[in-house]
Design a protein around this ligand. Structure first.
Ligand SMILES: NC(=O)c1ccc[n+]([C@@H]2O[C@H](COP(=O)([O-])OP(=O)(O)OC[C@H]3O[C@@H](n4cnc5c(N)ncnc54)[C@H](OP(=O)(O)O)[C@@H]3O)[C@@H](O)[C@H]2O)c1
Length: 345
């Protein structure tokens, strides 16, 4: 059995990791860590774990890596980038759910995260953990930078268009709506019930930190730098991200050709479903699963493609994608422990 440490186990993504690994036949949880909650038992902080998994929460220290094969880091950004080298040097593999190793250029990291990177020598080795784009590199990686939730949805919606020459690559817009759990469990005024319920608000326009991540991955696919207008919104729902992306058509292309392009691009993907023509993505059809649904509209009147994608931000946008990456890193079947259908209603 593979031994795993879940760092940040009391947070929303950490809790999902516990739930997923408890059902995984090849991975056992060796340690769980917390910060303010260290020293408590899991059920004190998360009553849902009462009688199921009630281990003590310990402090995250480098020596935890000694008896683990893999560290899942579900910590706020910058909280673990100084510790990652010690985990790797101890022979442990790392799946980091934070943003610390996602951006290839440490200057871009500093620009958007307002702090210098403290382990820049490891950025080059890190692999961006979107299996649909980087599967072969993930298989041999020691350090996987698990993608952000919005980038997962937006990149999967746009990726098939980056190399076909059908769209104007300078016209990309990603209009994305997230459930409130995207902000994590920590207290935050804008995610309190009275502030988030019964309303929809845009936030972080032109400044959201997921912007350079989306541009980095789509630019790499396109073979040239590009910019994306990214508009995040907070929705009064607990989970899910709906991304609606727009691109101007620069070539004559039929709806059938576009539909076929997406089907071909994702033909062998176990977790991406391209919906039949005329059907659009809906978060209710994917939540509590690792699936991503994609639905395409071809607007010949305005010469635009409108593509919708839906994911669960805590799963395909975070923890189940982390397990998918871990499966690849340790040569398990990629879908192991992740096959369950979405929960509907
Ligand atoms: N939420 C999402 O939808 C989502 C999606 C994709 C990626 N992510 C990323 O995943 C990471 C975790 O997100 P989350 O939503 O699960 O956050 P969260 O609910 O706020 O949980 C954070 C966890 O980290 C621990 N922690 C906080 N500060 C720490 C420190 N300085 N050192 C060690 N541990 C510390 C907390 O422990 P205590 O309970 O003791 O405070 C808690 O267990 C973040 O980087 C986030 O950006 C989140």
């Amino acid at each position: 059995m593979l031994k795993a440490c879940i760092a940040g186990a009391t947070g929303y993504t950490g809790l999902e990791l516990i739930r997923l690994l408890l059902q995984h036949p090849d991975i056992e949880i060796a340690h769980i860590t917390a910060d303010a909650n260290k020293g408590k038992r899991m059920s004190e902080v998360c009553p849902s774990m009462e009688g199921i998994f009630d281990r003590e929460l310990v402090e995250l220290t480098p020596d935890l890596a000694r008896d683990c094969d893999v560290m899942f880091l579900a910590l706020p950004h910058t909280a673990a980038m100084d510790k990652v080298p010690a985990f790797l040097e101890a022979g442990c593999k790392v799946v980091d759910l934070s943003a610390d190793f996602r951006l290839r250029d440490p200057n871009v990291f500093e620009e958007w995260y307002k702090t210098p990177h403290v382990s820049p020598q490891w950025i080059e080795e890190a692999v961006y953990g979107l299996p649909e784009l980087h599967r072969e590199k993930i298989k041999i990686a020691r350090l996987v930078a698990n993608p952000g939730c919005y980038p997962t949805g937006a990149i999967l919606a746009l990726a098939p268009l980056m190399q076909c020459g059908w769209v104007d690559l300078d016209s990309l817009i990603a209009d994305c709506k997230s459930g409130v759990s995207g902000a994590g469990r920590k207290l935050n005024a804008s995610t309190q019930f009275c502030e988030a319920n019964e309303g929809v608000s845009a936030y972080g326009l032109t400044t959201h930190r997921h912007t350079p991540e989306i541009e980095q991955e789509l630019g790499a696919l396109a073979g040239r730098p590009l910019r994306v207008v990214f508009a995040p919104h907070l929705m009064p729902m607990t989970r899910g991200i709906l991304s609606t992306v727009y691109a101007n058509l620069s070539e004559e292309v039929t709806p059938d050709q576009v539909q076929e392009r997406y089907r071909e691009f994702y033909r062998d993907e176990p977790f991406v479903r391209v919906l039949p023509a005329g059907k659009f993505a809906d978060t209710r059809q994917v939540v509590r699963s690792n699936f991503c649904h994609i639905g395409i509209a071809h607007d010949s009147r305005t010469k635009r493609l409108i593509v919708t994608s839906a994911i669960d931000n805590l799963l395909k946008g975070a923890s189940s994608q982390a397990v998918q990456n871990c499966n690849l890193m340790f040569d398990f079947p990629e879908t192991r422990g992740l096959e369950s259908a979405p929960v509907f209603p």
